[in-house]
Design a protein around this ligand. Structure first.
Ligand code: PMP
Ligand code: GLU
Length: 399
């Protein structure tokens, strides 16, 4: 037999958000002055009380295997959070703790997908969804949304996208990359279709705390018993507690699916890191004070970028409501020239911004929108100010 490789694996693209983040770090290490709007990673440090919990866990020898789907006290803390914050009842045996929300999503789709099942993904979307679905044997079905719709899926569009093969819908609110939030009424209308068509909804709520105005975060599973049965809620501690490197995510689902995901995980990774689980217990169960401080800072950064972009020609933006991203329409830039060169793609634009202006932005081709870029505001205000000046200089150079 020839030394061939997996066809499924061959089709996987590397994560461009992680690649861009690594590129920024490498350029900085070379001494280059780079402003990186790439990373979807808070610049804050993990709060001290959480670090202390991890140090205590190490000192007390909490360094062995734990149950594969996570330790009971952490499941209890997550169950309490689901109840108090999200108004959803998930008992301990409905919760699976994994190595980050990305891993939770992999578990979910491995547990529910049969080869050829379709998964509806509203576009723009976080770039890992289609890859995770495809790796599990599913077929991503993209449903483009528009700026006029605030980049949110309408019930009409959802209904049209559902076929006899549809297994699930992915819903991400607050959204990466748009920062938009689904209201209770919008979720109710979507839930009606999900229930009528009898499909799953995978609710990615990882940015649930990062909301800057009056909008409320509503968990779709909390709406009624019928949608609860069909929802798999996915979440994690990376964003809320500035804990991207610790790798803890979790799900709330039916017992049947939780059991399957626990079994899958028991063979693939065993338990998530024991020390990180103790840190997560302190994060979720301990003081929540640092979240408010982070939110205040994120809100100021969002306002700053939004106001600057609004004043610039050729680019358009919606005011994000949550998460820490701005999603910017640059289609009019394509009609312009930079130093005599026609700009034909967001990749080309991103290259010019990096090479000539020292700014990293994320082209959104991999997010399903080839005429948008994403700027993350999970970097310091002084970096943002410098970066916006550079982008402004680029925009004003266009003729
Ligand atoms: N969902 C969304 C929408 C995200 O932006 C991210 C960011 N990486 C994740 C899930 C996964 O986060 P993590 O694996 O760090 O928990
Ligand atoms: N989710 C973040 C982002 O979109 C982190 C990188 C990743 O995991 O994709 O930038």
């Amino acid at each position: 037999m020839a030394l061939t490789i997996s066809k499924k694996a061959e089709l996987v693209k590397p994560s461009s958000t992680l690649a861009i983040t690594a590129k920024a770090a490498a350029l900085r290490a070379e001494g280059k002055d780079i402003v990186g709007f790439g990373a979807g990673e808070p610049d804050f440090d993990t709060p001290d009380h959480i670090k202390e919990a991890a140090i205590k866990a190490i000192k007390e020898g909490f360094t062995k295997y734990t149950p594969a789907s996570g330790i009971v006290p952490l499941k209890e803390a997550i169950s309490k959070k689901f109840k108090e914050l999200n108004h959803v009842e998930y008992a301990k045996d409905q919760i699976v703790i994994s190595n980050g929300a990305k891993h939770s999503l992999t578990n979910i789709f491995t547990a529910i997908i049969n080869e050829g099942d379709e998964v509806v993904i509203p576009a723009p979307y976080w770039l890992s969804y289609p890859e995770i679905v495809s790796l599990a044997g599913g077929i991503p079905v993209f449903v483009p949304t528009t700026m006029e719709e605030n980049f949110k899926l309408t019930p009409e569009k959802l209904e049209k996208a559902i076929t006899g093969k549809t297994k699930a819908l992915i819903l991400n609110s607050p959204s990466n990359p748009t920062g938009m939030i689904y209201s209770r009424e919008e979720l109710k209308a979507i839930a009606e279709i999900v229930v009528a068509k009898d499909i799953y909804v995978v609710a990615d709520e990882i940015y649930e705390y990062l909301i800057y105005g009056e909008e409320e975060h509503v968990s779709i599973a909390s709406l009624n018993e019928e949608i609860y049965k069909r929802t798999i809620t996915c979440n994690g501690i990376s964003k809320t507690y500035a804990m991207t490197g610790w790798r803890i995510g979790y799900t709330g689902s039916s017992r049947e699916i939780a059991k399957l995901m626990g079994s899958i995980q028991s063979h693939q990774t065993s338990n998530p890191n024991s020390i990180a689980q103790m840190a997560a217990l302190e994060a979720i169960g301990g003081s929540q004070e640092t979240i408010e401080e982070m939110k205040k800072e994120f809100a100021a950064r969002r306002d700053f970028i939004y106001e600057r972009v609004c004043k610039m020609p050729y680019i358009k933006i919606l005011r994000p409501q949550g998460a820490f991203y701005t999603f910017i329409d640059v289609s009019d830039v394509f009609a312009k020239k930079h130093k005599g060169e026609q700009i034909g793609s967001t990749d080309q634009m991103a290259n010019i911004l990096l090479e000539e202006y020292g700014v990293i932005v994320v082209p959104c081709e991999d997010f399903g929108f080839s005429d948008h870029i994403r700027l993350s505001y999970a970097i310091s205000m002084s970096q943002i100010q410098k970066g916006m000046e550079r982008i402004e200089a680029f925009i004003h150079s266009l003729v």
